[in-house]
Design a protein around this ligand. Structure first.
Ligand SMILES: Nc1ncnc2c1ncn2[C@@H]1O[C@H](COP(=O)(O)OP(=O)(O)O)[C@@H](O)[C@H]1O
Ligand SMILES: [Mg+2]
Length: 374
């Protein structure tokens, strides 16, 4: 197994800039996720790593070797696609064995490897079936098996679970994570699904418009998004973002948003002054809006003790998920979503006062979208 290094990779398709100066280091034995919306360049990045596409500029390393000019078949990487790409007329056994046959492995060695890999994947009893006789989940396992038998340097996976129903997707998510640990293999996993990225990736890289936005541990990216794009892309329901001008009120710097004043922390105020910023976008995650506590509870709640903002408005839409409720609150003509406990049940039209603690307020430059402050 090996690290995979993208060095200043750019790719143009005519006038389309699919990748712009992408530099990424995927560690040996890492489960690395490339996350971004459709069209952001994920597949292009994988295809360039695999050697199926040539970069316009930049280099690809596998281990310490520059493979930029090495043909795909000699890069020793396995690619697993969304559509499985199984041979429909071949049995599971032959599909899994195909790559080994092409490479001239001995017949009994092939049989041994096929048995081993299909047993690992729980499909050893399906060896004589054709792909048409399998469920989506089973087909995806066959595609994985075909990649695994070759013991490649790294696995490149392009949205491999998107054709599965949601229950199977959750199951395969866990299985892939376990498989990656068991194989101690380098995985580069591409998805547009932020839940997959958060739950599966040891680290994630967020791409947008062919540009790398942020790389890091999933929790760090969630807690400290580097810019407004990442902030709004990761998290469900999405982060609330309100724009407003900076004001000074009672000695504190604050942002005057349509939903009310939001105080800026001292640490962020310093950055705001330094950068001569006059207006800001304020980001608040739905789970960080909590009903304003009564006095007895205030002692135990940081948000209530000294909230950065109180947003008061009327509940408009209430979506109950059983374990929680997503409440759209209209405040000052703006909608803000709060993720509240399922009890007490909020009625439509009810007046809510929601507090947010200073440490949960994210600030972004309105023009550049870059994070401001700690
Ligand atoms: N072969 C191609 N010819 C022209 N444009 C392409 C080609 N492949 C990808 N693109 C364009 O490059 C951009 C990135 O595509 P892609 O890497 O497939 O994105 P993703 O996998 O993130 O959805 C898109 O704008 C897409 O239309
Ligand atoms: Mg794609």
């Amino acid at each position: 197994m090996a690290r995979v290094y993208f060095e200043e990779i750019s790719k143009r398709f005519g006038g389309t800039h699919a990748l712009r100066d992408l530099t990424l280091e995927v560690d040996d034995e890492e489960f690395f996720v490339l996350l971004g919306p459709s069209g952001c360049g994920k597949t292009t990045a994988l295809r360039i790593a695999a050697g199926l596409e040539e970069p316009t500029a930049g280099a690809i390393y596998i281990g310490d070797r520059d493979v930029s000019f090495v043909p795909a078949k000699d890069r020793d990487l396995a690619m697993v696609f969304q559509n499985y790409a199984l041979y429909p007329h071949m049995s599971v056994r032959d599909n899994v064995a195909f790559g080994l046959r092409m490479r001239g492995y001995a017949r009994d060695e092939i049989e041994r490897l096929v048995q081993e890999v299909t047993a690992t994947l729980g499909i050893a009893d399906l060896l004589d079936r054709k792909p048409g006789q399998l469920s989506g989940g089973q087909r995806q396992r066959v595609a994985l098996g075909r990649a695994m038998v070759r013991r490649p340097q790294a696995f490149l996976m392009d949205e491999p679970l998107s054709n599965l129903d949601s229950k199977m997707r959750v199951q395969m998510r866990a299985e892939l994570v376990r498989l990656q640990r068991d194989l101690a293999a380098t995985f580069i996993y591409v998805t547009h699904d932020q839940v997959e990225a958060m739950t599966m990736g040891q680290r994630i890289a967020v791409l947008e418009g062919g540009k790398l936005q942020q790389v890091g541990l999933p929790q760090d990216v969630y807690d400290r998004p580097a810019n407004r794009f990442v902030a709004e892309f990761i998290g469900s329901p999405a982060m609330n973002v309100l724009e407003g001008d900076l004001v000074v009120e009672g000695g504190h710097t604050a942002v005057r948003t349509p939903a009310g004043l939001v105080r800026v922390s001292d640490a962020a105020s310093a950055d705001v002054r330094e950068q001569n910023i006059t207006s800001l976008a304020v980001g608040i995650r739905p789970e960080h809006l909590t009903p304003e506590a009564t006095e007895s509870a205030a002692a135990t709640s940081a948000a209530a003790a000294s909230p950065a903002a109180i947003i008061e408005g009327q509940a408009d839409l209430v979506e109950s998920l059983g374990s929680e409720q997503h409440v759209t609150v209209v405040a000052g003509g703006w909608s803000v979503v709060a993720n509240l406990p399922s009890s007490p049940r909020i009625e439509r039209g009810a007046t809510l006062r929601l507090a947010v603690a200073a440490e949960h307020v994210h600030l972004f430059d309105i023009e550049s979208g870059e994070r401001v402050g700690p």
